[in-house]
Every structure is written in structure tokens, then in C-alpha cells.
Design a protein around this ligand. Structure first.
Ligand code: GRF
Length: 219
């Protein structure tokens, strides 16, 4: 007979993993993650919403929800490395264990990315590896694509190049503009990101359960 609760593969039950969400703008993907985290059974909780831009509309929304928010304005730093170092210190000090980039418009240094390896996720509005970078919807339309979509991936030092966790596809319709296509993709983004984060966290728990029970995971 299989005694599932004591099977070490599944490991001990854990509390919600504290995540940090990094934004630069409107923050609709951040909202989707916040909404998912509100569910009791979802495996993450939002520890911090952080923006590099004090005027990011998503930041005001997060503060209104009573979430902890922070601004680290990149314009106050002479170098990318100095900004990333302060960012890293703040995330660690607040106990963030997994970072979700959600429209965060800053390139991160290789040092930062490698420090957070396997704990740093991003959402990108294309079916990677196609259309890395900006203006993905206009480029997909210009190329005559019949299908477009979005990807959630682990972040590696090369932009938009890390291992893909999940993708969602949408049709390109005749008469689509970059805006109508973006709207269709965005709806899928809001489902894909929470679903991929949950899958990643489930994977961590399986791995941790295979280690000595009770050993805390350290970054
Ligand atoms: C999304 O399309 C996301 O895929 C990309 O930037 C956009 C951010 O939108 N990385 P929002 O701020 O989450 O609404």
C-alpha cells in the first residue's frame, strides 16, 4: 500500500512561498499574481511589490491593496551594478524567495541573475524563442504570423532566453492591430503567469521533500 502523506517524495507541507513582484508600469500581470495569491490554496504570497519607477500605476494599486511596496529609482544610481546590488539587498531583507518580473523594464546584471538562478521568472509577450525584445505584437503582425502568444521563463543573463516554463497561444485574426493582438495575448498572460509560478513552486517542494525532511531551503 502506498502511504502518500509519509512518502518523502512529497515532503512536508510548507507555508506559502514569499514572492517579490518587480514592475515598471501598469502592473496588470502583478494584479493577476496578487489575485492568485489571495486564494488560500495558492502556494505563494506577495511579500513585496517593487518598482524602479515611482510613477508606475501598478505601484499605487498595490499600495491601495495594503501590500508592501518599495521604489528603487534607477536614476539615482551611477551604474547598473549599483542599482542591482541595492535591489538584491532589499529583496533579501524582506524575505523574498522567488522574484516575478512583471513588466519590469530594466535589464538585470549577470551577477544579479545568477544569484537568483532558478528563483527569477519573467513573462514575455511572444512565443519564445520568437520575438525577443520589444514591440513583439507589431513584429509578429508584420511577419504574417498566424499564431502568437506569451511565455513564462526562468531568467538567464541573455535577455528573454531562459528555459521556458509555459506558453499560451492565441490566433492572429485578420484586421488585428498591435493593440488588439496585445489585448488578446494579455488575457492569456494573466492566466499563464499564476499557473507557471504554481508549477515552479510545486517542483521546488518535490525536490525539497526528497532532501532531508525539515531542511530549510536557502537561496
Ligand atoms: C506584458 O505584456 C508583459 O508580458 C511584458 O510587459 C507587459 C507588462 O504589462 N513583459 P503589465 O504591466 O503587466 O500590465
Amino acid at each position: 500500500m502506498i502511504d502518500t502523506p509519509s512518502d518523502p517524495v512529497f515532503g512536508p507541507p510548507r507555508d506559502k512561498t514569499p514572492i517579490g513582484i518587480l514592475i515598471s508600469g501598469r502592473g496588470s500581470n502583478m494584479r493577476a499574481l496578487v489575485d492568485a495569491c489571495d486564494a488560500a490554496e495558492y502556494p505563494a504570497s506577495v511579500r513585496l511589490v517593487l518598482s524602479n519607477d515611482p510613477a508606475a500605476p501598478g505601484l499605487a494599486w498595490a499600495a491601495e491593496q495594503g501590500l508592501a511596496t518599495a521604489v528603487i529609482d534607477h536614476r539615482a544610481f551611477a551604474t547598473r551594478a549599483a542599482f542591482d546590488s541595492t535591489l538584491n539587498a532589499r529583496l533579501r531583507a524582506t524575505g523574498v524567495e522567488v522574484i516575478c518580473l512583471a513588466g519590469f523594464m530594466r535589464l538585470l546584471t549577470a551577477e544579479f541573475v545568477l544569484t537568483w538562478r532558478d528563483r527569477l521568472l519573467n513573462i514575455h509577450p511572444s512565443l519564445l524563442p520568437a520575438y525577443k525584445g520589444l514591440n513583439t505584437h507589431a513584429r509578429a503582425l508584420a511577419a504574417g504570423e498566424r499564431e502568437h502568444g506569451c511565455s513564462v521563463h526562468f531568467v538567464v543573463p541573455d535577455m528573454d532566453s531562459g528555459p521556458i516554463i509555459g506558453q499560451a497561444r492565441v490566433p492572429v485574426l485578420s484586421g488585428d492591430t498591435p493593440e488588439t493582438l496585445a489585448e488578446r495575448v494579455l488575457k492569456q498572460e494573466h492566466k499563464l503567469y499564476p499557473s507557471c509560478l504554481a508549477a515552479v513552486l510545486a517542483g521546488y517542494r518535490t525536490l525539497e521533500g526528497a532532501r532531508a525532511a525539515g531542511t530549510p531551503h536557502t537561496l
